[in-house]
Design a protein around this ligand. Sequence first.
Ligand code: SAM
Length: 270
Amino acid sequence: MADETPEWPPAELDFNKPTIARAYDALLGGKDNFAADRQLADQTAALIPGLRESAVENRKVLVRGVRYLAREAGMDQFLDLGSGLPTVENTHEVAQRENPRARVVYVDIDPLVAVHGRALLANNDVTKFMTADVRDPEAVLAAPEVKDLLDFSRPAVIMLVGMLHYLSPDVVDEVVAAYRDVLAPGSHLFMTSLVDTGLPQQQELARITRENLEEGWARTPEEIEAQFGDFELVEPGVTYTALWRPDGPVDPGNLAPGEQLGMAGIGIKR
Ligand code: SAM
């Protein structure tokens, strides 16, 4: 007999405890979140100036970065680690607008991401969602979704966008290196992270995030750069997200509080 266990809601779902994916969705004004997520988003936004704007900035740089990778760098394979709940302008939409055959695998630890993703993408055979822990690169890279869709003997993109800061200091070097190592020459690594440039709200946000969502680490620009290993950073290097190839003029000397929480960078493997 066919298994009729409904996909919704996943057994692991706990409505009363916030998750990273749902709280971020709440910050972005999305609908895939519950009271506990909204409460955490509201409380944190009240303490951290510009928090909501910084989430929006992070989405914007994701779009600019993927557009650059698909259009200018000619990339047609994307492994989006810590992809978040589907929202507007997701990685596959941006990449497949440039190249309809671009392949995208989304990975997130929150089971809600794959449930919503699969419902949204029932007809797309070049995009897949999977639930996994990014901190286990061996399992992620060996998963059927990844093996079926991505060919790492050719150039590919690995994304840790809005995700690097959920990797704790004791695992970050090993985990990011494992993803760098699997890539062929010509591949790219795209990362954004909560940054520490000495502003008190940056470490404060990291602390609140660790207390409520287990992980949350603000890194200096040098520490973020170090995670690119020997990859060559494309212009303009690791910068505040608003300054990474902006669509219009941005005054670096006059950034809003929300523009000073995150940094972005893309590196190429030579
Ligand atoms: N990449 C999207 C973006 O930049 O808009 C979403 C970023 S959101 C802030 C971080 C995502 O990483 C969440 O959806 C969360 O569930 C996921 N995440 C955090 N730790 C993870 C882990 N160890 N493995 C897989 N996903 C993880």
